[in-house]
Design a protein around this ligand. Structure first.
Ligand code: 5AD
Ligand code: SF4
Length: 477
């Protein structure tokens, strides 16, 4: 996420190296985390590296679940694996290139003889072209076909040279009973796949296909199971999660679904990402207001502060309409943290448009920002737009945005010193008595406590210090 502002509370798009860049924090496995049933067959070993967003992280949990249940064992290096898989992201060009550079590392090595597979968005976008660019790849599979992976691997083992799974409008991507969750504290749950919004810069409608919502009864059944397994926090996922449309006869609205999930015994926190401003209706805000288990955090990507740019992006709302949504959220009785995504350097973005975005930051005072330089993507309408912004100018705008946001965050965080926040403890430092976790607002808190065995518990933390990215505190005993 080379272009992302590093003042974020939590990355929505991250690279594996970033995820590993917290060497001091070791989360031990949740005692009740589910281990998928194995059919006891020793099918081989697999290595799986994930790029991209939380949807991809969670897809990898599904892939691992499917493979482990078929007798495969997960290993930590390509050298130890008989099957090497990359779950890829194509949202920006750099992310897509990263995969090809990974694949290039196998050229002329003995690992090139193993089964090497490309999964996810680059697979869907490039399809069989991948075989031309990296002939040692033998499997290309988009996110809607992961359930078919074992059969695809069987075919390869039976002698097929190449297999593909590139359907992208099936609803087979939703959870399976064998999803193998990596995060022992927060259970991710896909409730809607694909996207029908067609923003002019975005590959997602192409790589993940049309919008498909999962049945509400099936979602609620799984949340009950997750609660029984010991999860107290669930995060509902979708590219446009709040565009959820229940396909069952109960026609539950998204806001009703949120409340129903919060009512499941054992569930203490409900999160959801990512929301589209157009579908962020007052009933969702009313649900948050009425039910504190719905976390104090809304991620609402704005993309630009200029109505003109928003129109060119086909975002279907204006700056003013976005600000109306913010006003609704700010009217909630408790303070709700609001985070956003912004793209700088969209074709035709003038200095004045960019200044409007800066003014929006000052007006809203977001709690965190994920900012990106516009990256032209295949199959998107904006690819054909004139007036490209030079790369250096995009970098300049990104840096200005980061600076403004960093100051806003430092100021907001400084005001939190002296407050007490409830934290779900998810990490322990190697250093004695140091822990970390997230508040309901999704803020990261690093804190001290003399207690042992805090992982997975909720504790009250007094904020004693603050930086732009996180808060520091001590356990209130
Ligand atoms: N270029 C740059 N950023 C993009 N995003 C999506 N498509 C592009 C693109 N072509 C950003 C948007 C989105 C986030 C996940 O990635 O800000 O909200
Ligand atoms: Fe892409 Fe727009 Fe859909 Fe988000 S809402 S996934 S930015 S097309």
């Amino acid at each position: 996420m080379e272009k992302t502002i590093h003042v974020a509370l939590e990355t929505l798009i991250g690279t594996p190296s970033q995820r590993q860049a917290r060497p001091e924090v070791h989360a031990k496995p949740h005692p009740s985390s589910r281990s998928p049933r194995s059919n006891e067959r020793d099918a081989g070993t697999f290595f799986l590296e994930t790029f991209g967003c939380q949807m991809n992280d969670h897809d990898s949990e599904k892939v691992a679940g499917v493979l482990v249940s078929r007798g495969y064992t997960q290993v930590q290096t390509p050298a130890d694996a008989s099957v090497i898989l990359y779950n890829t992201c194509s949202i920006r060009e750099k992310a897509a290139q990263k995969v090809f550079s990974r694949l290039g590392e196998f050229r002329g090595t003995s690992d090139a003889g193993k089964i090497i597979g490309v999964l996810g968005c680059v697979a869907q976008q490039e399809g069989e072209n991948i075989f031309n660019r990296a002939p040692w790849v033998s499997l290309v599979c988009g996110s809607a076909s992961y359930r078919k992976l074992p059969e695809m691997l069987d075919k390869l083992e039976a002698g097929d040279r190449r297999v593909t799974g590139l359907d992208n409008d099936t609803d087979e991507t939703f959870e399976t009973e064998i999803t193998r969750r990596d995060n022992p504290f927060r259970a991710f749950l896909t409730i809607i796949e694909g996207c029908d919004k067609a923003c002019s810069y975005c590959v997602v409608p192409f790589t993940r296909g049309p919008e498909r919502s999962r049945a509400s009864d099936s979602i609620l059944r799984e949340v009950r199971e997750l609660a029984e397994l010991g999860y107290s926090e669930v995060q509902l996922l979708g590219q446009t999660v709040n565009s959820y449309k229940d396909p069952t006869s109960s026609k539950m609205k998204f806001s009703e679904l949120l409340l129903a999930v919060a009512d499941v015994p054992g569930i203490r926190r409900v999160r959801f990402t990512t929301s589209h401003p157009r579908d962020f209706t007052p009933d969702i805000v009313a649900a948050i207001d009425a039910q504190p288990k719905l976390c104090d955090h809304v991620h609402l990507p704005v993309q630009s502060g200029s109505s003109e740019v928003l129109r060119a992006m086909a975002r279907t709302y204006t700056r003013e309409e976005y600000l109306e949504r913010i006003a609704l959220i700010r009217a909630v009785k408790r303070e709700i943290s609001i985070t956003t995504d912004i793209i700088v350097g969209f074709p035709g973005e003038t200095e004045e448009h960019f200044q409007e975005t800066l003014r929006l930051l000052e007006e809203v005072r977001f709690d965190a920002l994920f900012a990106f330089k516009y990256s032209p993507r295949p199959n998107t309408p904006s690819l054909a737009m004139n007036d490209p912004i030079p790369e250096e100018e995009k970098s300049r705008r990104l840096a200005v945005l980061q600076k403004v946001q960093s100051e806003i965050q430092s100021a907001r965080h400084a005001k939190m010193i002296g407050q007490t926040m409830e934290v779900l403890v998810s990490g322990k430092s190697r250093r004695e008595n140091r822990w970390s976790g997230h508040a309901s607002s999704n803020r990261v808190l690093n804190f001290t406590s003399p207690h042992q065995d805090l992982l997975g518990t909720y504790v009250n933390v007094l904020v004693t210090d603050a930086g732009p990215a996180s808060l520091i505190g001590e356990h209130v005993l």
